[in-house]
Write a protein that binds this ligand. Structure first.
Ligand code: NAP
Length: 315
């Protein structure tokens, strides 16, 4: 069966804060816009329990904020394609092509706002016990640990915030971190330290997750003594950062050694007409506010690029 062909000025890949913001600016900039996501709209912040540093909202649940982003983007009429899996992307030609299972999208510009996904520890037992005690989402799985013992791995904002969330259910929450100070913001650290259900295991490197049907313990190296130790736990929540979602790009644009997309201040990548925004790009700060800002800049750059190419084709 022949695939349906759809033409746009700009295609936005990813419907998190960067993608939704780009959609608002591109549609208001009069570009025929499509926005695609492999999942439902909202991106990673939809899983955050609370966001309290997005200006204008002193405290808001991540899901609610992202619903507002999506509703706002809807007002300006971009075509939405949730739950699409990209099979092929061609970015290097003047007209870009994005192929899904049943459609071929073409456009003059592409904004990559595909975000990032949870990093794996890559230790023994992690994959085996995924869904049976190993989790990457406290909001999704926390309620299964009522009156149990859980261990959160990591020392950033995610690890500490999610550990605090888990204290609503678990009777004890360990935070295991590989150094003796945290990457998380001071305010988040001081809140976690005050929580009586939380105990810190510092200078500890996780080595293996063990159990029978479900997780029973984690083996770790005490980096101060060099000793291997074991900690009994019913669940292991891994929050050690994120990897960029760039699988389908096949090296067509310049990326850092970690895979994040290189851009200039206009969100322009190494390929003309291709922009990147949000967590997927090489940026010093990955927050909803910075992703939304990137999306706005990327869309305005795309508007200018298309206007200029139209002027040049008239000459
Ligand atoms: P992150 O800030 O990159 O922290 C990752 C943590 O995991 C670090 O403490 C790191 O240790 C540790 N780690 C990394 N690889 C490890 C490994 N192989 N084994 C053991 N530990 C490992 O990641 P994040 O906490 O997910 O946050 C990502 C971004 O989102 C940040 O910019 C953060 O501020 C933001 N965020 C914001 C909010 C909010 O505003 N509400 C909430 C969550 C996240 P080292 O410190 O030793 O490198």
């Amino acid at each position: 069966m022949e695939k349906e062909k759809l033409n746009y000025d700009v295609i936005i890949l990813g419907a998190g804060p960067a993608g939704c913001s780009a959609s608002i600016y591109a549609s208001r900039g009069n570009l025929k816009t499509a926005i695609l996501d492999i999942n439902m709209f909202g991106g990673q912040p939809s899983n955050y329990l609370e966001i309290e540093n997005y200006p204008g909202f002193e405290k808001i649940c991540g899901y609610e904020l992202m619903e507002k982003f999506e509703n706002h983007a809807d007002k300006f009429g971009a075509d939405k394609f949730p739950f699409v899996e990209i099979q092929r992307i061609k970015l290097t030609s003047e007209i870009k092509e994005i192929e899904t299972k049943d459609k071929i999208f073409t456009s003059k510009a592409v904004i990559i706002a595909t975000g990032a996904q949870a990093k794996k520890l890559n230790i023994a037992g992690e994959e085996e016990f995924k869904g049976r005690g190993v989790s990457y989402c406290a909001v999704c799985d926390g309620a299964f640990y009522k009156d149990k013992i859980v261990t959160v791995i990591g020392g950033g904002n995610s690890a500490l915030e999610e550990a605090m969330y888990l204290t609503k259910f678990a009777k004890k929450v360990y935070i295991m971190h590989r150094r003796d100070n945290f990457r998380a913001d001071k305010l988040v650290c001081s809140r976690a330290c005050k929580n009586e259900k939380i105990e810190f295991i510092m200078n500890a490197n996780p080595l293996e997750i063990q159990g029978n049907n479900c997780v029973e313990k984690i083996i770790f190296k005490d980096l101060k003594t060099g000793e291997n130790k074991e900690l009994y736990t019913d669940g292991v929540f891994i929050y050690i950062g994120y990897n960029p979602n760039v699988e389908s790009l096949n090296g067509q644009i310049e990326q850092t050694s970690d895979g994040f997309i290189q851009t200039d201040i206009n969100m322009q990548t190494s390929v003309q007409g291709v922009y990147a925004a949000g967590d997927v790009r090489n940026t010093p700060l990955r927050q909803v506010i910075t992703a939304a800002s990137d999306g706005a800049i990327a869309a305005c750059s795309a508007v200018k690029y298309i206007e200029l190419s139209q002027l040049q084709s008239v000459k």
